[in-house]
Design a binder for this molecule. Structure first.
Ligand code: FES
Length: 105
């Protein structure tokens, strides 16, 4: 079973921000919603394209795919607006000291 990986320092992701990180060679979207961290797969379930290339802003707890406008709730991975109809992969997030770690859900 895969382990948790350190992906970022706590101070590097402010509330309302999201960033693309890599976990076990997979692109993961890490978001900060009101000081709490959530991680979901960065591959949009509509056309398998990346939601984020680098860093971006959340709209509340939602991230929008730039390609065709699907919107996902990063706290659940579920789409709140199509065309995507399937949820994003979920990951678990842990904070240890100053480090943010992401691992399997
Ligand atoms: S690839 Fe994301 S909405 Fe189409």
């Amino acid at each position: 079973m895969a382990d948790f990986e350190k992906v970022l320092k706590v101070g590097d992701l402010q509330p309302g921000e999201m960033v693309k990180v890599e976990v076990a060679l997979n692109g993961v979207l890490l978001g900060n919603v009101d000081g709490k961290y959530f991680a979901v797969g960065n591959t949009c379930t509509h056309a398998e394209l990346p939601i984020l290339d680098d860093k971006g802003s959340l709209d509340g707890n939602e991230a929008e795919c730039p390609y065709h406008g699907s919107v996902f709730d990063v706290t659940t991975g579920k789409p709140t607006q199509g065309p995507a109809s399937f949820g994003l992969q979920l990951y678990s997030v842990r904070v240890e000291g100053d480090d943010i770690l992401v691992g399997p859900a």
